[in-house]
Design a protein around this ligand. Structure first.
Ligand code: AMP
Ligand code: MG
Length: 276
């Protein structure tokens, strides 16, 4: 979709409002989006992805005005939202209490947690979809659980069975993702910025913008009780490929990952990846 097709996005919004799923482009990776207030729709995400139900989903909003209906936003979080939203920054925040049941974000989406992971994506198609749905969207990456995240619509099409039984009603094609890496996840605790998952937005960007240090959970002195990003599983982004170790020269169809000085003259350029 080079020019934004509002008719198509409105159709996709209706698919979400009837409780099905839509492939949604964002600036990080493609997401599999569902109405975040609809338990049944959220369950379809877990089933379609084969995602363990203890791994909560990121909730997507248009911006802080939509977010503040559902979560408690402290002053430092608000400042960071103003600086980096819409963008690749996800905040873990406490849920607001006393929200009418039909308006509340599904407890299934947060795997029973009293906190929510929330972000405003910086992609015109995602923003238009959120606008037409008028509700927050739960959207993990649009790939089967445990495989690498899709960065174009064709990856999404290739990853799922899209037959008549599929819960995925449509895939919006917003072109290749500009960033291609998941959002950075942070939590503010005792006015400290805690980095729960490194991602597209660099740790340095947060420090430069605020003048504050950014801590990993291991680095903070008085950790609050619950800090973990529960989806940080031991195995996460596993490409479907054979790994060979101690390779001196890759075969023509392999990608070569190496440390230190590379003798690139002996290798075709496109094969070389240096791990840093
Ligand atoms: P994904 O959607 O696959 O990019 O992953 C989202 C990440 O956010 C996972 O690591 C989740 O465990 C994490 N996450 C989502 N909601 C919460 C929450 N309420 N508290 C902590 N981590 C969360
Ligand atoms: Mg993912």
């Amino acid at each position: 979709m080079s020019v934004i097709d509002h008719l198509e996005i409105r159709k996709a919004a209706n698919i979400i409002l009837r409780g099905d799923l839509v492939g949604m482009p964002t600036e990080t990776v493609y997401g599999l989006a569902a109405d975040a207030t609809n338990d049944k729709a959220i369950n379809k995400i877990y089933q379609t992805k084969g995602r363990p139900s203890f791994n909560p989903l990121i909730i997507h909003v248009t911006g802080h005005a939509m977010a503040e209906k559902f979560v408690e936003i402290d002053p430092l979080t608000r400042k960071l939202m103003d600086m980096f939203w819409p963008g690749a920054l996800t905040f873990i925040m406490p849920r607001k209490q006393n929200i009418l049941q039909h308006n509340a974000i599904s407890m299934v989406a947060s795997a029973g947690l009293e906190t929510l992971a929330v972000r405003a994506p910086n992609h015109p198609v995602a923003q238009a979809l959120l606008g037409y749905v008028g509700r927050p969207l739960a959207a993990p990456s649009a790939n089967p659980s445990g495989t690498i995240s899709p960065t174009c619509a064709d990856h999404v099409r290739a990853s799922f069975d899209l037959g008549p039984e599929s819960a995925i009603g449509h895939i919006l094609d917003g072109g290749p993702c500009k960033q291609g890496v998941e959002s950075t996840i942070i939590k503010i605790a005792n006015e400290q910025i805690i980095l729960l998952r490194p991602g597209s937005l660099a740790r340095e960007a947060l420090t430069n913008a605020t003048g504050l240090p950014v801590f990993t959970p291991q680095e903070i002195k008085n950790p609050p009780e619950k800090l973990e990003a529960p989806g940080n599983l031991a195995s996460h982004y596993a490409p479907n490929a054979i790994l060979r170790l101690d390779v001196k020269k890759p075969k023509p169809d392999e990608v070569f990952i190496a440390f230190g000085v590379l003798h690139a003259d002996t290798l075709p350029h496109r094969q070389v990846r240096r791990a840093i």
